[in-house]
Unconditional design. Sequence first.
Length: 245
Amino acid sequence: MAQAPPSKIFISYSHADERLKNKLVTHLGALPSKAMIDLWTDRRIEAFQDWRAEIDRAMSAADIAILIVTANFLSSEFIQTRELPALLERHKTSDAFHVFPILAKECAWQLVPWLEGKQMRPSDGKAVWRDGGRHVDKELKWIVIEIDASLKLIRQAKEEAAKGRFSRAAARLSKLGSVEEIIAANRTLMFETQLQMDAQKQRKERLRILEETQAKIREIAQDVTASQNPTQDRMFKKWSEYLKS
């Protein structure tokens, strides 16, 4: 199977929420597939680089965008005028690009038009950092589990695309909302992939048997004497055609 390139995760956040972003990054470090993940934040930008161009490049290459939604995030001019339009446009035009808005702290996100119809995490609409931060680890744990399930689907989609096949996994991504739906879709995709692999093995086995049989027919034909009549020739030819059918 063709090896898919690493899945790229882009984190959009306000610098005023650096502490929240660092906590999320720590939890993302638990991903079992982290060796195949390229996690990008603007802290990777070097001093000599054009930071706007680097952010644009990272957004255009991302498979998943995580939005750390707070009042600081919603009031950031750069995020609202530069990052979000680019990310939302990609989300509209690419089924394989997934956006994860995370309600990190209480804010008036319901008044923001672009958040309409988006599945906010946590799914109950409660902020991750609430009640003095008592629920942070629990909420981030479930968010990371959901992201891991999405990454598996994205990787499957990339592998299918690398083999030149249409990937049903990519088409499903934009329609999935809850972690249960994503995990269920991932299990279905794994089952379908196994069926395809089993069918391929069966085809190879049938081909092997056919080739062995044809080789045996050729051996028999070589032993036939020159006095063999045309009727016998036709019999061997019909037998060979029957085995190929």
